[in-house]
Ligand binder design. Structure first.
Ligand code: G3I
Length: 356
């Protein structure tokens, strides 16, 4: 069958289904008497009406899944590489840089007219062995850190919207996490990292990013104090990323909106950067409904605070979620299921964004 004929037939069938009210899913819309009803706006388009973005993380191995990449390319306007820009991937040997993984995702995002939240420069996890397998003097480690940050940020200069410069720097009680960086360099490594990143790309928005800081509490208070101090010292900090890895069994962070607002008042952007809402399996209708309420509420909280710039889910489908591998017996955390079908959470987000 010739391509045009095939396309006409597919179009006619789709129109018939819509008119009959039989089509379902995000692309379907049945309005009485409509000839060819317009498609539903995407999450990104809905978010843009509020001056926000709606993003997803992704990872290199998944990019061969064409059904997956089609939705990734359509529904979102911000992309975060889940692993490809981390230290172990980008500087596997000292002074040997590998941009293949990060570049693949940046190139894909650009071809889909999406921006990139780059992740992450300074973290205690996923470091290469050459870095963790020996001891360093403070001067040596400072030089290693500066070179890594400046080389990576320069490589992506002009191509990324923001950087998670320092990731997960605090413990739950608000004390500094005893990482290689903190133990060797002291707390000043955070301001240094921000300054070096800013020198390498003055236009990228620079973030500190962590989990369990959605509610007001000891850990988010630590960020509040640090952010205030950094601003007072004119250190180039633009935003705080609240990862928002939530779990139904631990309760919703009810002070999220207040927390976002206090960072805004410091003159900072905020973003929900790695959202998922996991549950004890099996997923039931009740749990999925509660999950949808949480997605609705966190979306509404971001919209309610002017400087909350956007929301990113930590991949969009249960098919590629990190949760089952890290929390055995838990999962179903994302707005699309393992077959890439939208879940109640997806429709709740749409509604919270003002869609239907
Ligand atoms: O690359 C190896 C591969 O060679 C090997 O065959 C495979 C076997 O398990 O493992 C692969 O490495 C995995 C890596 O992801 C890349 O897929 C690691 O085992 C796995 O532990 C690692 O997990 C990542 C995790 O960070 C590490 O802490 C997740 O994909 C990634 O989504 C997750 O992301 C973090 C954010 O960066 C920071 N916030 C928390 C978030 C969730 O943990």
């Amino acid at each position: 069958m010739r391509r045009n004929t095939r396309l006409r037939l597919v179009g006619a069938l789709a129109a018939a289904l819509v008119t009959a009210g039989l089509a379902t899913g995000p692309g379907a819309q049945a309005s009485p008497g409509a000839q060819a009803s317009p498609r539903q706006p995407t999450l990104a388009e809905l978010a843009q009406r509020h001056g926000r973005y709606f993003g997803s993380a992704t990872d290199n191995p998944e990019l061969t899944d064409t059904a997956y990449t089609a939705l990734l390319g359509d529904e979102f306007d911000m992309i975060t590489p889940g692993n490809g820009m981390k230290w172990y991937a980008t500087e596997p040997q000292q002074d040997v840089f590998d941009w293949r993984y990060g570049d693949q995702i940046v190139d894909l995002a650009r071809s889909n007219h999406q921006r990139v939240r780059a992740h992450t420069l300074v973290w205690h996890s996923q470091l290469p062995d050459w870095l963790t397998g020996r001891t360093w003097t403070a001067d040596e480690l400072r030089a290693v850190l500066k070179k890594h940050i400046q080389t990576e940020v320069r490589h992506y200069r002009g191509k990324v919207y923001s950087w998670d410069v320092v990731n997960e720097a605090f413990n739950e009680d608000g004390s500094y996490r005893e990482t290689l960086w903190y133990q060797t360099l002291g707390p000043g490594y955070i301001a240094d990292a921000l300054r070096w990143a800013h020198q390498a790309d003055p236009h990228a928005k620079l973030y500190l990013n962590d989990y369990n800081i959605e509610a007001v509490g000891a850990k988010s208070d630590a960020y509040y104090r640090l952010a205030k101090d950094l601003k007072a010292r004119h250190v180039p900090l633009d935003g705080i990323g609240l990862q928002a890895h939530l779990a139904l069994q631990y309760g919703y962070p009810a002070s999220l909106e207040d927390n976002l607002r206090r960072f805004s008042r410091l003159g900072l952007d905020t973003a929900l950067t790695e959202v998922d809402v996991r549950m004890l399996l099996p997923a039931t209708e009740e749990k999925l409904a509660q999950q949808a309420d949480w997605y609705r509420d966190l979306t509404a909280a971001c919209l309610a605070v002017r400087r909350c710039v956007g929301i990113t889910v930590w991949d969009y489908t249960d098919k590629y979620s990190w949760i089952p591998a890290f929390f055995p017996g838990e999962g179903a955390a994302l707005p699309w299921d393992e077959q890439l079908r939208p879940k109640p959470a997806y429709f709740a987000i749409r509604k919270a964004l003002g869609g239907r």
